[in-house]
Design a protein around this ligand. Structure first.
Ligand SMILES: Cc1cc2nc3c(=O)[nH]c(=O)nc-3n(C[C@H](O)[C@H](O)[C@H](O)COP(=O)(O)O)c2cc1C
Length: 744
């Protein structure tokens, strides 16, 4: 709900808020520039009388003096029948230069205040400020939700690069944006008198003007009592009109001064409304607070970037989303389907079930598990279809389901059927679905059907589950769903390095490129050459590539050892006896092609920051770890623990790792081998280095583990022992986003 609101209001407001923020950022530089020109040091001891005296000798035709919020003094005068305005040094009274306002800045100000459209534009600017405020609030609440509450708002972010960029930039700019949007909105409300007008009434023109011979301006007692740092404006009386007065505006109020006696007449101090308005005006414009102006201006500059990343995130979500038609509202539905999915394939199965039930006359409500409502007044049955991710964990759209279920205590219960989607090659097969079923049973929910599982999106298994549903509902349902894989790209093998034959662990590093470089047409190929683009789809090291071996419909996933910016798609594959896909890949010769698609795996990559990184892997688990090291151009400290069989035969990436050690992309390489006389495994070496690792973890180190399940389990156990003296365990590190695994 909040996300929909944030996305749609963001899309609608994009142009308005981008214009407001760019122009606001440009204007925010003004107070700083003015401040650098203004001579303010030592002016507090100078009175207005002194200043006007100095000005009078140089500008006998002075008509008005103004002090800008940044402290610059401007004199408006007439000389030889011509009017002019000069900047004055308040200490010497000398001319600094001619004062003029830049027409470009005037144009930018008008664009900011009214989009150059007068009153309708001012209304638009007010709406823009309001939408910006809503977007800032909704974005902050979404982020807090996503990170598990306000207390965890600074936790490392997960998600695709654009999602992380969007949230990170928002996190940095949130206070500045709240300040500029709320103050801008207040000023619009004042303009349209939605808030009672702030302007205190002008003091009445004094009735008791003496009208005598004007005294010299530098002798007037009222002007002697006011410091230059307090004055805003002094308007001189009409020459030769002895009944006229000086009109003065200061930081505290307005009044008139008798030109003969120098007495202050009918003075009126500002009321609290005026003071509030002026304070908010200062906060919004930075006039008089140049450093705040610059900070707010800098945060405004993030808006175009956030708009762009926000649109991209929205578009990729929309592209991959499954549209559910005939979705009944939760409060009216007799059947509820909750979906837990990471990469959207389970949504396709849920849609098939939704359509079949709708066709059979049910009122069906389908939504993400995270959107579990606190009640479904008319529901008679609940279906939960969920995949499992990570190592038996919840997928993205179900990440908050368990916590929500725990909180809801008074929901009416009705029969539920849980269907798990998973892959048997993961030992925690459909574990999250099992956990959901167990949590519901513990809360006393009745069963519609016992938990069932679907291995590798099998359409046959799904159809069989459909038959069981038909029976229990006594309705004829046909569940035919063939999963659609993302559009694949054709890649050609350009390089392979083979290892491990002698130790019965044939392992190859395979590097692929697109067959024809960037794009297909001549123009795009030329462009690709010119821009040095590889034509590969975008991916980061640690993402997954799904490869369809000929004759199979189920892809096999491999962790990527390169990022697309490296110009190649690189994987490290061990040949398993009888393995369909690994056999196919190992049989490839240079020039052979494969069909592949990218599946982002944003939860497995180092978080941003300078904290040390400990990479732990064994065998082909080194693939993504090498990718992280290769891209460590900032030379953050990286320690790599890796285990192989024999240094002469399967020391994967040995030459490359030595280069990285030399050029400091890698700080330390600890390689251990199991088929040598002093055999050792990574977990053994971790125990030996326990004290050093504990020290790194105390320094906020993050740990990334990649490789087989047994190795990962032993590493967890070893680390638990090592960090026990710190009063934490691996689960704590996981919750802090500092322990990430890619385990197979
Ligand atoms: C990185 C990764 C981790 C996975 N972890 C598990 C797991 O622990 N247990 C399991 O049964 N399936 C696991 N799977 C398989 C997915 O659950 C399965 O492919 C599912 O059909 C994906 O559905 P979705 O696209 O709706 O998220 C994993 C898949 C990937 C790519």
């Amino acid at each position: 709900m909040l996300r929909k609101f944030h996305s749609w209001s963001g899309l609608m407001a994009a142009l308005l808020v981008v214009l407001l923020s760019i122009t606001g950022a440009v204007l925010s530089v003004n107070p700083f520039l003015e401040r650098t020109q203004a001579k303010v040091a030592g002016t507090s001891s100078i009175s207005v009388a002194e200043l006007t005296g100095k000005i009078a000798s140089r500008y006998p035709g002075a008509e008005q003096i103004q002090r800008t919020p940044s402290g610059s003094i401007i004199v408006y005068f007439t000389a030889d029948g011509q009017t002019g305005a000069d900047l004055i040094n308040p200490i010497t009274g000398k001319t600094i230069g001619t004062y003029s306002t830049s027409p470009i800045m005037v144009w930018v100000k008008n664009l900011h205040r009214s989009y150059l459209l007068d009153t309708p534009g001012r209304v638009g600017a007010g709406i823009g400020a309001f939408l910006m405020l809503l977007l800032t609030f909704s974005g902050a609440f979404m982020l807090a939700n996503r990170l598990g509450g306000w207390r965890h708002i600074l936790r490392p972010l997960q998600g695709s690069f654009k999602q992380r960029l969007h949230c990170q930039v928002g996190r940095v700019a949130v206070l500045g944006l709240l300040l500029s949007a709320s103050t801008g909105l207040y000023m619009s409300a004042v303009t349209f008198e939605l808030i009672p007008p702030h302007q205190s009434a002008e003091p009445a023109f004094p009735e008791n003007v003496k009208g005598g011979v004007p005294a010299s301006v530098d002798t007037l007692p009222a002007l002697k009592a006011i410091s230059v740092t307090e004055i805003r404006e002094l308007i001189y009386p009409y020459p030769q009109d002895q009944s006229d007065v000086y009109s003065i505006t200061t930081d505290q109020g307005r009044g008139f001064i008798d030109q003969a006696t120098g007495e202050l007449l009918s003075y009126q101090p500002y009321g609290s409304k005026q003071n509030i308005y002026e304070f908010i005006y200062k906060l919004h414009t930075g006039e008089g607070l140049w450093w705040l102006g610059l900070l707010v201006g800098l945060s405004a500059l993030t808006v175009p970037l956030m708009t762009w990343t926000g649109i991209q995130v929205w578009w990729s979500r929309k592209k991959s989303a499954t549209t559910i038609k005939n979705n009944t509202a939760a409060r009216l539905a007799d059947t509820v389907i909750l979906v837990g999915s990471e990469s959207n394939s389970t949504w396709g199965f849920a849609k098939t079930l939704h359509d079949a039930l709708h066709l059979a006359g049910y009122l069906v409500h389908t939504t993400a598990m995270n959107s579990l409502a606190s009640n479904y007044p008319h529901a008679k049955r609940l279906f939960i279809l969920t995949s499992t991710y990570g190592d038996g964990d919840a997928p993205a759209s179900a990440s908050q389901f368990m916590a929500r279920l725990e909180k809801i205590t008074d929901m009416r219960q009705f029969p539920v059927a849980v269907l798990g989607f998973g892959d048997r090659q993961f030992p925690q097969f459909c574990q999250f679905a099992k956990d959901v079923e167990a949590a519901l049973t513990a809360k006393g929910w009745p069963q519609l059907l016992p938990l069932d599982t679907i291995n590798r999106q099998s359409p046959q298994a799904y159809a069989r589950w459909g038959e069981a549903i038909s029976k229990v509902l006594d309705s004829e349902l046909t569940l035919v769903h063939t999963p659609v894989h993302p559009r694949s790209s054709t890649l050609v093998l350009v390089e392979r390095v083979d290892y491990g034959m002698e130790v019965q662990a044939p392992t190859s590093v395979l590097r692929f490129k697109t067959p024809k470089g960037y794009g297909k047409g001549l123009l795009s190929r030329l462009l690709g050459h010119f821009l040095r683009r590889s034509g590969l789809p975008h991916f980061e090291a640690g993402d997954l590539v799904g490869i369809l071996a000929p004759g199979t419909s189920v892809p096999r996933f491999y962790s990527l050892a390169s990022a697309s910016k490296d110009g190649v798609l690189e994987i490290c594959v061990r040949q398993h006896p009888g393995g369909l896909c690994s056999g196919f890949l190992h049989a490839l010769s240079l020039g052979d092609i494969i069909e592949a698609f990218i599946q982002p795996n944003p939860s497995f990559r180092p978080a941003a920051g300078k904290a040390p990184i400990v990479l732990i892997g064994a065998g082909t688990g080194i693939g993504p770890l090498v990718g992280f090291i290769r891209n460590n151009k900032a030379h953050h400290p990286i320690h790599l623990y890796w285990g192989g069989r024999c240094p002469e035969s399967d020391f994967l990436y040995e030459a490359e790792l030595n280069i990285y050690l030399k050029d400091k992309r890698l700080t330390e390489l600890i390689a251990v081998f199991s088929r040598v006389s002093e055999r050792s495994y990574v977990q053994d070496k971790i125990i030996v280095d326990g004290a050093e690792l504990r020290r790194l973890i105390e320094k906020d180190a993050q740990i990334l583990v990649c490789g087989g399940r047994n190795m990962a389990g032993s590493v967890t156990a070893a680390l638990n022992d090592i960090i026990a003296p710190l009063g934490i365990d691996v689960l704590t590190l996981k919750a802090q986003g500092r322990y990430r695994e890619d385990v197979y």
